[in-house]
Structure formats: C-alpha cells, structure tokens
Design a protein around this ligand. Structure first.
Ligand code: 3PG
Ligand code: MG
Length: 401
C-alpha cells in the first residue's frame, strides 16, 4: 500500500462541486462539550482548503457506537458547533445523514459553505458496509474525499463502499498520517527503534510480530513487559501478566533474534503493594521483584539504557505507555523517556512518530506531544497499520484511483 496509489485533492477542481468528506469527528465529549478537539483541529486545513476553493463541503462521520439506532446522546450536533467555532465560519447541520434532512441541507449549501450530517452509525447500513446505504450517501455528493485515516481500518459504507461509487480522493490529513507511518515503517532512516507499551500483550501480538521484522531495537514496557519477563522465568510477584501468552512471548523473542532485532526489557522496575498514588513504592532490580509486589513502571536505570539506545537511533516509533502513568508515582518512566525523545527530536537527531489510544494522552501528560515529529490522531487504525495490515478505507481509495 503506497502513497503513489492515492489521488490527492490538490489538483482537483472543486468549484461549485458537492464534496462529500469522510472525516473522523469521533472526539471525546463531556457534558455536551468537546473535551479534546485535536481531531477537529487536524481537519481544519483540509476543510478550509476545500471551502476556499469554492466547494460545497459535506462532512460525514460516525460518533461513538450507537449500533445502528438513533441515540440522542451520540448526536454530532455539539461537535458540529465546535467545528464551526474552530473553522471560524458557519456550519449547517442536518438531523440525518441520508434522506430528506440531508438532501435539504446539501441543496441549501452555496459554494464555500460547510455542512455536517448526523452520525452515520444511526443507520445499520453504515457498519454493514451496505451498498444501498452507500448509494444514498453517494447521491449527496459529486466527489468523495476520505480524510479519516483514523477510521480507515473499518470497512464501512462511508469508508469503503462509497469509494466505489464516486470519484474518490485522499484528504490531506489522511495523506499526512500515511506519510508519517511510512517514514517509520516502509522506508525509514536506520537504525530504527520502537517503544511498545500498554497493559496487555494480547492486544499487541500482531504488532510485535510485525515490528520485530522491521525495527532494529524494540523496547517493551508497560504491563506487557511482565508477560515477557514471566516467559523468561523471571519472578514478577503479583504483577499484571498474561501467563497464557508466555509461549507466544517466547516465539516473538525467537523471531526477533532471527531478524536481528534486539528486544529490551526493564532491568529495574518501580514496585508497590497496590496501584494507588499513596502506595509506598520503591525501585528494585527486576530480578529482585518481591513476591507480594506489583511492577508498575520501569526504573531509572532502564530509562537511562533506553535513552542511550534511542540516542543511536535515527527513527523512532512509540505506542503505549511504559508504566501505569495515570497514577503519578508510576508515570516517571514514560515521562522521562518521552522527554528524552522530545529533546533528540528538537535537536534534529531523531524522527519520532507516536500514536494509538493511550499514547497521545501519555505524551500530553508529559507535556511533550508537540515536540515529537508526528503524533497520529488515530487509535485502532494506527495499531492495525503497525500490524502490517491493509486498511480497507485506504485500499478502497487506491482501487478507485
Ligand atoms: C477511533 O476513535 O479510533 C475511530 O474513530 C474509530 O472508532 P471505532 O473504534 O468506534 O470504529
Ligand atoms: Mg476506537
């Protein structure tokens, strides 16, 4: 899957055209207010560009998981309001993404105007990738632009089937995301390193299998490191682990060895009797983890070692925290390594790309997200890309080219 197969909107004459833009407006909302607008902000250049070139911009998106029925708490209306505020221009809202409300709203748009249509997932046809539902969406536009990389791992009507019905283009955010990922995984400047953390190995087995064949150094942290330690016969006390996956962990370590990928596990760890900010914690060599303790973070010696490794790398990929960073005493490992990556990036010595769920929250908490070369706005799609899988939304765009 390469960028070369995708058509950008740069040379497209959109004047007066109805441009159906698949965006990812699936943002966190608390008490009716968007609590993190990052995904919306990333969409602005693309939407503004189309509007300024005279397109009638029709934004479609899912929001949450209403499972094919109307759910007022999952209306995109407050998100559309926030988008209008960020765009600095009015945004019309249609109470349904197909049928009369959508048709009326689209018909009322003048060149340069923007509308958001209601949550696609209020219709069961969206997640079923139903061609008839896709046809109803396609009827609203003259061209289709997918700018939702973070939803491209879903084969849904608005990401997949619709691309077969309209002239289809890749939006600038989608292209930017793919470019960033390609710079780490497809054609990286070596040596390359990856930091993979998070609670469970089970969710990241395919990622780890793919990465050991691609990167030179693989730093494994978080709860998942415990399973790898266990797999090597290390006593990990009461730590979170997945003993069922010990054999899988050994296979991953074996595959890494064959591919000359060095896997790094923590030499020292932060332990405590329980996961609580008030719990008494201490730093111990990993091999001296007490039987009644939980491993909750990597220790300072490990961070120093990882930093030294990353200093020799030219390209770095980061997914997942190294410890239970939401709880202050156990955030230090993640924060310290994130700061080191930020510094190397600022100094122009490292290309750093991060993404996926908790990762962005951890880097924001560390105050360094802005210093990374690229932080993806995608969660699941980022992970599936790391797994080496083709994303249906991108495949559909490439096929449409
Ligand atoms: C996300 O938030 O990762 C995307 O918007 C996809 O959402 P989904 O997991 O509900 O398909
Ligand atoms: Mg998700």
């Amino acid at each position: 899957m390469t960028l070369a197969n995708l058509k950008s909107t740069a040379d497209l004459d959109v004047r007066g055209k109805r441009v159906l833009v698949r965006a990812d407006l699936n943002v966190p909302v608390l008490d009716g207010q968007v609590s993190d607008a990052t995904r919306l902000e990333r969409l602005l250049p693309g939407l503004r560009g189309l509007a300024e070139r005279g397109a009638r911009v029709i934004v479609i998106s899912h929001f949450g998981r209403p499972r094919g029925g109307r759910d007022p708490s999952l209306s995109l209306k407050p998100v559309a309001a926030k988008l209008a505020q960020l765009l600095g221009r009015p945004v019309a809202f249609a109470e349904d993404c197909v049928g009369e409300p959508a048709e009326r709203t689209v018909a009322s748009l003048l060149p340069g105007q923007v509308a958001v249509l209601e949550n696609l997932r209020f219709h069961g046809g969206e997640e079923k990738n139903d061609p008839a539902f896709a046809a109803r969406l396609a009827a609203l536009g003259d061209v289709f632009v997918n700018d939702a990389f973070s939803a491209a791992h879903r084969a849904h009507a608005s990401t997949e089937a619709v691309a077969r019905l309209l002239p289809s283009y890749a939006g600038p955010l989608l292209l930017e995301e793919i470019k960033a990922l390609a710079s780490v995984l497809e054609n990286p400047v070596r040596p390359t390193a990856a930091v993979i953390g998070g609670a469970k190995v089970s969710t990241k087995i395919p990622v780890l299998k793919n990465l050991v064949a691609k990167v030179d150094k693989l730093i494994i942290g978080g709860g998942m490191a415990n399973t790898f330690l266990l797999a090597q016969g290390v006593e990990i006390g009461k730590s979170l682990a997945e003993p069922d996956l010990a054999q899988t962990a050994r296979e991953i370590l074996h595959a890494a060895k064959e591919r000359h990928c060095e896997v790094l596990l923590p030499h020292d760890v932060v332990v405590a009797p329980r996961l609580a900010a008030t719990a008494p914690w201490r730093i111990v060599p990993t091999l001296e983890t007490p039987a009644d303790a939980l491993i909750l973070d990597v220790g300072p010696k490990s961070v120093a070692h990882y930093t030294a490794v990353i200093e020799h790398a030219k390209t770095l990929l980061w997914n997942g925290p190294l410890g239970a960073f939401e709880c202050e005493p156990f955030a230090q490992g993640t924060f310290a390594l994130a700061r080191a990556v930020a510094e190397l990036t600022r100094a122009g010595r490292l290309l750093s790309v991060a993404g996926g769920g908790d990762t962005v929250a951890a880097l924001n908490a560390a105050g360094v997200a802005d210093a990374f070369s690229y932080v993806s706005s995608a969660g699941g799609a980022f992970l599936e890309w790391l797994e080496g899988r083709d994303l249906p939304g991108i495949v559909a765009l490439a096929a449409a080219a």
